[in-house]
Design a protein around this ligand. Structure first.
Ligand SMILES: Cc1cc2nc3c(=O)[nH]c(=O)nc-3n(C[C@H](O)[C@H](O)[C@H](O)COP(=O)(O)O)c2cc1C
Length: 337
């Protein structure tokens, strides 16, 4: 990973410093770029919320080879980690790698590691086009995310998403807070629940709603017919001072009441973070910036190497907490104080 990170530091110069710990401190306010919005408080709180959680260490048991596999939305995953949708390589990462090469690396690297990568959307159109092309090239093994555009544009993109061969589609409803879209003259707005219902009914694909942060909004996501939500503050890029995702996750899991799959992202930096979020009730997690760094520094191999590092760390944390199976993680592996 060191070589990959060194290469990324070079190719992302001026856009991401590839810090020893990616925590949003030095890049606060760098949107466009890789930072969090404004003071960077929401990005930083994703990290702080995870750091607040500690494990109970347990070694008197027979777990040596824990099972990290999960089945989500009718698909099998070798580990409960997906690459979060990230787009805009030119204005967020410096553009030394093309949007096409970057996106294909994420999709192929994830597929090679037995999981799925997501693709982003934005202005200009080649962001989503690169994502859709990469997923189609990889036989539908990826999840296209679309912004909550108005009317025809949204339905057209949903139709195109189906043609990629993907079996799942997502929408980041929190994109209404994106300064990048506003700056490019194409802001998007929130969607009332009736409209969301129509959108979800219009596609035959499983539907993930990303950017849900309260129990009430979780119940509305269920009402609208979403198959899954991503508990996410968009990596702290849409609302300064939103809480870290790990803080709100347990109340959203309760509100979901088993009616939908719960994914979560924000600040996941190691295998232990993955286990913490699953212990809080998530079915799987997404990782954003560190996957971008791995792709910018080593393309497909970089992504695969990074995911294998996460897998090794996750297995280690499972052994050390006496967790035999990721599907039955108990919240009592977390230290209650
Ligand atoms: C540069 C950048 C671009 C992003 N683009 C998108 C996007 O197109 N669609 C989307 O749903 N989320 C997007 N996100 C948010 C990520 O999917 C994810 O929620 C966030 O990065 C998770 O936090 P982490 O980076 O701390 O892991 C973007 C994030 C970054 C940093």
């Amino acid at each position: 990973m060191k070589e990959i990170r060194d290469k990324a530091r070079e190719s992302m110069k001026g856009f991401c410093r590839v810090c020893p710990i990616c925590d949003g401190r030095v890049c606060a306010g760098e949107v466009p770029g890789m930072g969090g919005l404004g003071t960077g408080a929401a990005f930083k709180d994703n990290i702080a919320a995870l750091a607040d959680l500690k494990f109970n260490m347990r070694l008197i048991h027979d777990v040596t080879e824990p099972d990290t596999t999960v089945r989500l939305l009718d698909q099998d995953f070798s580990l409960p980690v997906l690459a979060a949708p990230i787009g805009g390589v030119s204005f967020n990462m410096g553009g030394k790698v093309s949007e096409e090469d970057y996106t294909l690396s994420v999709i192929e690297g994830c597929a090679a590691s037995g999981t799925l990568g997501c693709t982003g959307d934005g202005v200009p159109d080649f962001i989503y086009e690169a994502g859709f092309a990469a997923i189609a090239k990889c036989g539908g093994r990826g999840i296209p995310f679309i912004k909550p555009w108005e009317d025809r544009e949204l339905y057209d993109k949903l139709e195109k998403a189906e043609k990629t061969g993907a079996r799942i589609v997502g929408m980041d409803i929190d994109a209404a807070g994106l300064v990048t879209l506003r700056k490019m003259g194409r802001p998007v707005t929130p969607k009332p629940v009736e409209e969301l219902k129509k959108i979800i009914e219009s596609t035959s694909l499983k539907f993930i709603l990303k950017g849900v942060m309260t129990p009430g909004q979780t119940r509305l996501a269920v009402e609208a017919g979403a198959d899954a939500i991503v508990v996410s503050n968009h990596g702290g890029r849409v609302l300064d001072h939103a809480p870290g995702a790990a803080r709100v996750l347990p109340s959203l899991v309760d509100a979901g009441d088993g009616c939908l799959t719960i994914l979560v992202d924000g600040g996941v930096r190691c295998g232990a973070d993955v286990l913490k979020l699953i212990a809080l009730g998530a079915d799987a997690v997404m990782i954003g910036r560190p996957v971008s760094v791995a792709a910018m520094g080593g393309l497909k191999t970089g992504v695969q190497t990074y995911l294998e590092t996460i897998r090794t760390e996750l297995v280690q944390a499972m052994v050390m907490t006496g967790t035999g199976d990721i599907k039955t993680v108990s919240s009592d592996i977390l230290y209650a104080g």
